[in-house]
Design a binder for this molecule. Structure first.
Ligand SMILES: Cc1ncc(COP(=O)(O)O)c(C=O)c1O
Length: 399
């Protein structure tokens, strides 16, 4: 019989809550658990301060953050949006759902991030936005990408969903482009009860537009600033206490106060949680050093890597087993669930329907045949790490 998947080595890794989060939730419950209230505003302020941006707006998830950031940057039909094929579908789907043409840029084989040299080749006059993804928690080569943005006039929307707290040359992920998009999904470096997200920006126009569309483009005049910016001068109030208008048809991508209150507590713990991830990764790397056929990840000196995931490449000939057999044997024989982040998007039905084909991005194609991700999170114990390492070693050339 296959061993039971070990709790700490299974795929629902990420969320690390304690008594402080429980206390925060009870407080909000006693306040009738509102939405878009004071806890959301406090979390936004703290998150913007942490990232060093003028604004932050909490949203329901990272997908909504990406969609609203592109919308805020004015992306629509006829525009071209570029991103990496090695990402979660949400990054590319944001442009598609806004009616833009989405194309991919091949990756750097060492960092797995978008290769700026290949980005330069893909820019056309219609390129309105580029979405670099700070994959696994390591920032992209932002100097090169921002240099191209300045030259060609496109907006850089950072997909920082893996990179909460990461830095590039001392600048926080999410503070370098026109906007940053974060996810607080249960597997991310900090979480807001399983789902959640935030947009960061210092661009007042992008912020205003993204914030409006987040909540049905609502404008409330006269009484409340709860859902939107207040512009009392715009309407004569007369005897009216309150007046509502909608600039356009928008969405409900709001976050609840219960989530935001937990987010505030998680944000205070984030640096410690990230430091623990770095320790866990260092222990795994040390344990696996010298195992034939494994390529372990590199953090570049200009980056503070926050190790959302720990990628590893397997050379089938050297290791004695290919990726698929490895993932299967780790689960069936050792009770460890290994990840495959990600299936390149040009391999998927969604993008093959849009004219893409396998083999079109050769670096991503080759890497994806060998790449797995190890289940790292702050709660991993020394025993868990030892089990992970010894299980991998046991499969190498079958021990
Ligand atoms: C790189 C990347 N972008 C975007 C998202 C979307 O975030 P969410 O799941 O919160 O919608 C994810 C989520 O896994 C992600 O990994």
């Amino acid at each position: 019989m296959a061993p039971k998947i070990l709790f700490e080595l299974e795929s629902k890794f990420g969320s690390t809550y304690g008594e402080e989060e429980q206390a925060a939730m009870m407080r909000v419950l006693r306040e009738n658990a509102p939405t878009s209230g004071d806890h959301c505003i406090a979390f936004e302020k703290a998150f913007a301060e942490y990232c060093g941006t003028a604004h932050a707006r909490v949203v329901s998830n990272g997908t909504a953050a990406l969609f609203l950031a592109l919308l805020g940057a004015g992306v629509g039909p006829g525009d071209r949006v570029l991103t990496t094929p090695l990402t979660w579908i949400a990054t590319a789907a944001a442009g598609v759902t806004l009616g833009a043409e989405v194309d991919f840029v091949d990756i750097d084989p060492e960092t797995y991030n978008m290769d700026p040299a290949r980005l330069a080749e893909k820019i056309t006059p219609n390129t309105k936005a580029v979405l670099p993804v700070h994959l696994y928690g390591q920032c992209c080569d932002m100097d090169a990408i921002l240099g191209l943005a300045q030259k060609h006039g496109f907006a850089v929307i950072e997909d920082a969903c893996h990179a909460i707290g990461a830095e590039y040359r001392g600048r926080k992920a999410g503070s370098m482009g026109a906007a940053g998009c974060f996810s607080f999904h249960e597997q991310k470096n900090m979480s807001t009860l399983g789902e959640g997200g935030v947009i960061t920006t210092s661009d007042p126009e992008l912020f205003e537009r993204a914030a409006l569309y987040r909540s049905h483009c609502t404008r409330v005049y006269g009484k409340s600033t709860k859902y939107c910016s207040l512009d009392e001068a715009k309407l004569p109030m007369g005897k009216r206490f309150w007046w509502q208008d909608f600039d356009d048809c928008g969405y409900n991508f709001r976050m609840t106060d219960m989530q935001a209150a937990v987010g505030l507590v998680q944000l205070a713990k984030l640096d410690a949680l990230n430091a623990r991830r770095a320790e866990v990764t260092a222990q795994i790397q040390e344990g696996l050093a010298g195992v034939p056929g494994l390529k372990l990840p590199k953090a570049l000196p200009e980056n503070k890597h926050v190790w959302h995931l720990c990628p590893m490449e397997i050379d089938a000939a050297e290791f004695g087993m290919g990726k698929d057999d490895f993932v299967f044997a780790m689960r069936e024989e050792h009770g460890v669930r290994i990840g495959t982040h990600y299936i390149p998007l040009h391999w998927t039905t969604a993008f093959q329907k849009r004219g893409f084909r396998r083999g079109q991005f050769p670096v991503a194609d080759a890497v994806a045949e060998r790449l797995v991700t190890l289940p790292i999170h702050p709660r991993l114990t020394d025993e868990g790490i030892a089990h992970l390492v010894s299980s991998i070693k046991a499969l190498c050339r079958r021990g």
